[in-house]
Design a protein around this ligand. Structure first.
Ligand code: F6P
Length: 532
């Protein structure tokens, strides 16, 4: 199945895809889910390529796997778990069974408890020992940080609750910087950890507990916990009334739809949070019912597979022309790379194609003045994914928003068209001549023929953010199924964690570095000499 695609690619690789972009192509190579548009006309995928890519979905059984996921079957085979983050946003849907038991009553009950607590925090019924909560500090890392941190930033125009801060890094600079700006008597600390064992989070949580204990009589009363491990939250001293649990069928990087989203709910209120869930739910329905040629997550996955596994482009840039989405690239790094950065398929065999790509990016237009040079003229092709809203939230500054949109569209056009040597010469012929004209002109050539997709939407509301995140989740799922990997485990993070635990006493000087490799021992020596 890969061979046919490779053969097709070999036939079309050298053409300029701009020639494909006639008046009909935009309609034929785009699709909509509700009022969200995915345009992939500026790629080298033609009707034959798309048909072959859709064949790939058929042959790898994406539809059956999708239905298995939504119905609660244990598709996370290496951990023996169902994958049901979609249940957390199934607020208007029917029952979902796991092991013969309908899980929806429990999901909705937890949602209702979260809503009561969020309302209490927002209206002051739940107060700190010095009065109404002014600041919420979410302590968590990875999936217990990136989702809510990204979403709280993205939905800043909807904030009407207390200030929200996020502490993730074990680097003391992180927590010290956040706590410095908070009053312990009016701060709520949320310890977010699925396992409640993650060393960074537990270390920061104890630091926050000690900080609060210097001022208030009962620090535990201003702590809440979000976790699957209720025994451990109790041992930490957090009252069960402020513990919001979830089950192991919610993966860390897929968890912001449930308790891990509590900080977001407190920031924007329960209606805004429900709207966020509804946006995701709408994308779930679209993913389930739309045929592949009109299915946004499937199409985004096919574009990703074409560029990475077929064309061999090892990275993709996510470029939101929406400053509110400034943390989206970081969030997607975990979602995509922790999910699909794997070298063996579900049955343990080596992958026959490369694993998922390196994902990176920054908001436009900042990126334009930093790394776009390489995107336009570097020797490697970097497929780009632009995100852009028709309207911003600043109606009085709409002219600035229009300039932002023009920049976004200009970049994808420039990547596709490029500028050839004749055009480069013509641009500077009034200033240079002869050999100097040739030399100068070559520096001003843009190869063009560089692919991009654009995701466009009316405005970044809670609903639209839900759509965007669910779109990317399902894209990752489809890519994972096609590669034959398990997108829901993360064994690749374990080795480093084990070695860090072994190295801690060595760094502290209570154990010698004997037995460590020469480089590590020398680094420990240098750092110890300098006061570690
Ligand atoms: O180390 C990786 C990881 O397990 C992520 O998958 C997860 O999101 C993160 O650590 C945090 O885990 P926890 O929520 O259990 O603290």
């Amino acid at each position: 199945m890969w061979d046919e695609l490779r053969a097709h690619h070999a036939q079309v690789a050298d053409r300029r895809f701009e020639a494909l972009v006639d008046a009909d192509r935009a309609a034929a190579f785009s699709a909509q889910a509700g009022d969200m548009l995915l345009d992939y006309a500026k790629t080298n995928i033609d009707a034959t390529g798309r048909a072959l890519l859709i064949d790939l979905l058929e042959q790898t059984g994406v539809a059956a796997k999708r239905d298995a996921m939504f119905s609660g079957l244990p598709i996370n085979e290496t951990e023996g778990r169902a994958v049901l983050h979609t249940a957390l946003r199934n607020i208007d849907g029917g029952p979902i069974e796991v092991g013969g038991r309908d899980i929806m009553p429990e999901v909705l009950d937890t949602l209702a408890r979260m809503e009561n607590f969020a309302n209490d925090v927002r209206n002051g019924r739940f107060a700190g020992q010095g009065g109404k909560i002014t600041d919420v500090v979410n302590i968590g890392i990875g999936g217990s940080d990136l989702g809510p941190a990204m979403a709280v930033k993205a939905l800043a125009p909807y904030h009407d609750g207390p200030r929200c801060h996020f502490v993730s890094n074990v680097d003391p600079a992180d927590i010290a910087g956040v706590l410095r700006g908070c009053d312990p008597a009016t701060t709520l600390v949320i310890v977010a950890s699925k396992t409640f064992t993650t060393i960074e989070t537990m270390t920061n949580a104890r630091t926050a507990q000690a900080w609060m204990g210097q001022v208030v009589a009962d620090p535990g009363a201003q702590f809440a916990a979000l976790s699957t491990a209720e025994d451990k939250t109790a041992a930490f001293g957090i009252d069960p009334s402020r513990v919001f649990g979830f089950e192991d069928w919610v993966g860390g990087r897929y968890s912001m739809w449930g308790p891990i989203g509590l900080s977001l709910m407190i920031a924007i209120g329960v209606d805004g949070f429900r709207s966020f869930l509804r946006g995701a739910q709408a994308m779930d329905t679209h993913f389930k019912v739309a045929k592949w040629s009109e299915n946004l997550p499937a199409l985004l996955a096919l574009v990703g597979i074409w560029h990475n596994q077929i064309c061999g482009h090892a990275t993709r840039a996510v470029l939101p022309y929406d400053n509110l989405l400034s943390r989206l690239p970081a969030y997607l790094q975990q979602l995509e790379m922790e999910s699909n950065g794997k070298g063996v398929s579900m049955d343990g065999a080596d992958l026959e194609v490369p694993s998922g790509p390196v994902v990176w990016g920054e908001p436009g237009t900042n990126g334009q003045h930093a790394f776009y040079q390489l995107i336009h003229q570097g020797t490697r092709v970097i497929p780009c994914e632009f995100l852009v809203a028709a309207r911003g939230h600043e109606d009085d500054l709409h002219h600035q928003h229009q300039l932002l949109v023009a920049n976004c569209l200009a970049q994808s056009e420039a990547l596709m068209r490029g500028r050839d040597l004749d055009a480069a010469r013509a641009k500077i012929a009034d200033r240079f001549a002869g050999d100097e004209l040739e030399r100068q002109a070559r520096h001003r050539v843009f190869a063009g023929n560089r692919p991009s997709v654009t995701i466009a939407y009316p405005k970044l509301t809670p609903f639209v953010l839900g759509q965007i995140i669910a779109l990317y989740e399902h894209r990752v799922f489809v890519e994972g199924v096609v590669l034959g990997i398990n997108s829901f485990d993360q064994w690749g993070v374990e080795l480093g964690k084990e070695l860090a635990t072994n190295l801690q006493p060595v760094v502290e000087g209570t154990q010698s570095a004997d037995g460590k490799d020469g480089s590590t021992a020398a680094l420990v020596g240098f750092l110890q000499k300098n006061g570690v």
